[in-house]
Design a protein around this ligand. Structure first.
Ligand code: FES
Length: 496
């Protein structure tokens, strides 16, 4: 039987983004069968992929990890391998499938042999003896012919089998989101790293908020948990996503946060993990939450920050929830708040910072397949950065372009990260633009450059962040160029 592949697995196999596959499906170049692709169709469209070894398989992960980790100053981590128990269970499941496929192949070979015999008999009696004999000879010749291991189909099948050994796939219901789990990573952790907001509380097996119902497939405990599932829940197949990993491909009914209203308001204490001063008026501060008290938020949201008993202020979160326990803020000196001066001048590594939230609905439309333009003005880059990281992790979009407009050179303070994204992702572009002063004329001149690059602005989804004035000018510009209001989202940053 033909092997069917999910979009995520197909993308991983041929080393391209999900967005490219989605686009090919949209354009009718590839055909899906209930959301899945035929392996033979894939090999037909990608006949020249290099699949001699496993390195291509890891390429996408390394690129994503590399680009994101470079920015965070974290050492590149090796891909995770499953433990022996998980590996054994996966080998067992594949062996069962192999045995069943072998039995099917033997049955079909036998059937074809019988057809060949019958054709022989028919040749002796039928009116079209020559044609029937030719058909019978052809069948005899081809029966039992060894299949070349070098065809793209076979190579893809081998590669797919290897991928199934190292990574299991999770299909979430009802959203239809899909992601892969490597090593013994928990179902929850892998969902967050893949950019999906699965419900959770403690992430430690204590609260039960990550309860999800296993519809099919096999899971395995990664830690003992204090939370006790009721007998009925256990019978119905409920598991804790934070305390289990997937052994085989699984289908899971789970609650996910899809917009800001799905996330509860939280108050947590964090520790300053890193402070990177860009200038006397700007710093990048990374906070770390406790393992059991992470902040649940969606990319593009903000949080109220307070330290040293100074009244809290709202700041955009500059990281994505996929970044484990790290929460990044870009602090700029503002005349309107006391806390910016404290954070810039006195904050120390290891100090406690309280944050509460999240707030705001400047969110990525993660299910949209439209190309994306990100337009960041100065430190408006902070919330845009979270969205870009989220979009890159999801890999759903066929094209994304970030324009960073800065009025002073130091405001392109993470240019290297943007260039790394541009280098690493075929479907991502970065352009830095400068202007002297935030006047309507200067800003419009820069926005016209975007319009020259993309005269068909109306096909895009546009995300804009900057001061209220900059956002207003950009909104007016895009609207005047035919972009409907539903296709742009804005984040006017207070005091910027
Ligand atoms: S998140 Fe609390 S038990 Fe899983």
């Amino acid at each position: 039987m033909e092997r069917l592949l999910s979009v995520s697995r197909a993308a991983k196999l041929v080393g391209i983004s999900r967005g490219t596959i989605q686009k090919m499906l949209q354009d009718g170049e590839l055909i899906s069968f209930e959301g899945k692709l035929k392996l033979s169709d894939l090999s037909h469209h990608f006949p020249h992929i290099e699949i001699e070894d496993n390195s291509q398989l890891e390429k996408i992960d390394e690129i994503i990890e590399g680009a994101l980790h470079r920015a965070r100053g974290i050492k590149l981590q090796k891909l995770l391998s499953p433990d022996l128990g998980t590996l054994a269970a996966r080998v067992h499941a594949l062996s069962k499938e192999l045995a069943s496929n072998r039995a099917q192949a033997a049955y079909e070979a036998d059937l074809l042999q019988q057809v060949a015999e019958k054709l022989k008999d028919l040749a002796a009696t039928a009116g079209m003896a020559t044609e029937v004999t030719q058909l019978s000879d052809w069948l005899q010749q081809n029966l039992g012919m060894p299949i070349s291991a070098s065809t793209t189909d076979t190579q893809l099948l081998i590669r797919d089998t290897m991928l199934r050994l190292v990574a299991a796939q999770v299909h979430l219901m009802p959203s239809g989101h899909e992601y892969l789990i490597e090593g013994n990573t928990s179902i929850l952790e892998a969902a967050l790293s893949a950019g999906y907001g699965m419900n959770y509380g403690c992430s430690n097996g204590e609260c039960g908020k990550c309860r999800a119902r296993l519809i099919s497939g096999e899971v395995q405990l990664t830690r003992n948990h204090e939370y006790i599932l009721s007998e009925t829940e256990t019978k119905q197949g409920y598991i804790l996503a934070c305390s289990n990993t997937a052994v085989t491909d699984i289908v899971l009914q789970a609650q996910e946060a899809l917009d800001d209203e799905d996330i509860p308001y939280q108050e947590i204490t964090t520790i300053v993990k890193n402070i990177k001063a860009i200038s006397e008026n700007l710093a990048i501060v990374t906070l770390a939450t406790a393992k059991t008290h992470r902040l649940r938020f969606l990319s593009g949201q903000s949080a109220l920050v307070s330290a040293n008993n100074i009244p809290q202020t709202s700041l955009p979160i500059a990281s994505c929830p996929c970044d484990d326990r790290n929460i990044q803020f870009h602090i700029y000196r503002s005349q309107k708040t006391d806390i910016s001066s404290y954070l810039l001048d006195e904050l120390q590594k290891g100090e406690e910072v309280k944050i509460s939230g999240p707030e705001g609905n400047f969110l990525l439309d993660s299910d949209s397949l439209r190309p994306i333009l990100f337009v960041a003005f100065n430190t408006g880059f902070a919330p845009i950065k979270g969205l870009v990281e989220h979009a890159l992790i999801l890999g759903n979009t066929e094209k994304a372009h970030l324009y960073w407009l800065a009025s002073i050179p130091e405001q392109h303070y993470m240019k290297n990260l943007c260039r790394a994204w541009d280098d690493a992702f075929d479907d991502f572009r970065f352009t830095s633009l400068s202007f002297n002063e935030s006047t309507s004329k200067n800003i419009n001149q820069q926005l016209e450059r975007i319009q020259q690059d993309y005269p068909e602005l109306e096909i895009f989804e546009i995300y804009i962040a900057g001061s209220q004035k900059e956002v207003d000018i950009a909104e007016a510009f895009f609207s005047a160029h035919g972009l409907p209001e539903t296709q742009y989202r804005s984040y006017p940053i207070e005091g910027s």
